[in-house]
Design a protein around this ligand. Structure first.
Ligand code: FRU
Length: 467
């Protein structure tokens, strides 16, 4: 395997292709993460479930492939799904994809299926599969887009949310209920696009944080709104209140999960410390992935992020376990900026925290992975109140710019960036917003610079290499 672009502290496949995180769960002392996987080539193909386990969400060990498409009901692929422990056994519920005609991208059927394990490694598919079949698709829902079950338990009952659309161009989420994970009853449409949120919804997830209920899902082809939703497909969280009796979710509004280029199909798990942890696929459909040519792999996961609600506001922060991988430390304090100032530090695997005082500057920020004409530019315009992530000169691979509005706090901007060889995740103002992207700079592009058009001040910069 070529080492260039292989990530140091993010989960990737061992080889071949990966996409969505699946079956994220804590079971018998380990975090388990499964993922959509084509093990033979670095491109999408009949989906398997790859599998990795971790004690700290950072260092992962591979386990054998958990599911392969080897039954009549999943011959076209074991598509996305989730995991839950019941009676000490680990249950996976996933979509069986079957191609039914000559045009594989249109002629298909999808059903929901169960697989069970007593050791968390070897899974046996349930003899009665599918457990949610075609006859259980309600009238007014797509007959073919019916996938990505996320299971949860409430008051002794099991539920799954399923991605769907209404056949008229609106994404929606269907809700099913079961007492035993085997016999499922349709409850209703949990939420639906009013025309502005994409034509099909994938990978729904439902959870509560504090007293607030959340739906998280991935709308396909959602039109942009202002500076939001500029990727081909998007990921949103909707906050509100779920009515357990009717199954309906009463929305109080929605927002993007991430404002960068490469974040899709996230899945969450609640751990034994009460944390709601989200992992996303750190790539985007139909976006060029340079490792597909000449490398044996494609696809990676984001850092696990805790989703929290503080003072009524949603925030994201990387799980604190990453801090125990901090190595060499570098620090600057009180640097007056005007023009560009290269820093006396460099790298391609680090965490960096910076606090800027905007002062009178027109624009200020950081350049990362600088070298040989390459740079990835993170900048802020106080006048517009807009943060910009520019990867047009990042290296090979797709370019582009993403922007997000974020106010200064007491005239200050705080950012926390995680650089890892071919990825960059930026947390703004203590996780009010996050921007995630893959970048593919040359291995010698390691420089870091601060810059300011007009006067600003770098109040503090702290950097730790990540081992
Ligand atoms: C989302 C998705 C899911 C599907 C899976 C197939 O990225 O399209 O809806 O189950 O990928 O790999």
């Amino acid at each position: 395997m070529r080492p260039d672009y292989r990530l140091n502290y993010h989960l990737m496949g061992e080889y071949g292709w990966i996409n969505d995180p699946n079956g994220f769960v804590q079971y018998k002392g380990h975090y388990h993460l499964f993922y959509q996987h084509y093990p033979y080539l670095p491109e999408w193909g009949p989906m398997h479930w790859g599998h990795a386990v971790s004690r700290d969400l950072i260092k992962w060990e591979y386990r054998p492939i958990a599911l392969a498409p080897d039954e009549s009901y999943d011959a076209g692929g074991c598509f996305s799904g989730s995991a839950i422990e019941k009676d000490g056994l680990l249950h996976l519920i996933y979509t069986g994809h079957v191609v039914t005609g000559p045009d594989a991208s249109n002629d298909y059927r999808q059903t929901q299926n169960l697989a069970v394990s007593d050791d968390g490694v070897r899974f046996r598919k349930h003899a009665g599969n599918p457990v949610i079949g075609l006859p259980q698709i309600p009238a007014g829902a797509s007959r073919k887009d019916f996938r990505d079950p996320k299971v949860f338990e409430r008051n002794g009952m099991y539920y799954v949310v399923l991605g769907s659309n209404d056949g008229q161009g609106n994404g929606q989420i269907l809700l099913y209920r079961s007492g035993d994970l085997v016999d499922w009853t349709y409850v209703g449409v949990m939420a639906k696009s009013g025309g502005e949120m994409g034509d099909n919804w994938e990978c729904p997830d439902f959870f509560s944080i504090g007293g607030t209920d959340f739906l998280m899902f991935s709308p396909q082809r959602m039109p942009s709104q202002g500076r939001d939703y500029w990727n081909l497909h998007s990921t949103v969280y909707m906050r509100g209140r779920w009515d357990e009796q009717t199954g309906a979710f009463h929305s109080e509004g929605y927002a993007p999960m991430d404002q960068g280029f490469d974040f899709y199909a996230p899945q969450s798990a609640l751990d034994d410390r009460g944390r709601r942890i989200v992992i996303g696929w750190m790539d985007m459909w139909e976006s060029d992935m340079p490792t597909q040519k000449g490398h044996q792999w494609a696809g990676a996961m984001t850092l696990p992020r805790e989703m929290i609600v503080r003072d009524g506001q949603v925030r994201f922060r990387p799980v604190e376990e990453i801090e125990s991988y901090r190595g060499e430390f570098f620090e600057l304090r009180g640097v007056e900026l005007e023009g560009e100032a290269p820093l006396e530090t460099a790298g391609d695997s680090y965490e960096l925290e910076a606090v800027f005082d905007a002062g009178e500057a027109e624009r200020f920020g950081l350049k990362l992975r600088v070298g040989g004409g390459e740079e990835t530019v993170l900048s802020y315009s106080p006048r517009e109140g807009v943060f910009t992530f520019d990867r047009n000169r990042s290296g090979i691979g797709p370019g582009g710019v993403r922007e997000t509005e974020i106010p200064l706090r007491d005239g200050k901007l705080k950012l926390r960036a995680f650089v890892d060889r071919s990825s960059l995740e930026v947390f703004l103002q203590d996780g009010e917003k996050v921007m995630t992207a893959r970048i593919y700079p040359g291995s010698g592009s390691l420089g870091i610079a601060a810059f300011s058009e007009g006067k600003s001040k770098l109040e503090a910069l702290r950097k730790w290499d990540i081992r």
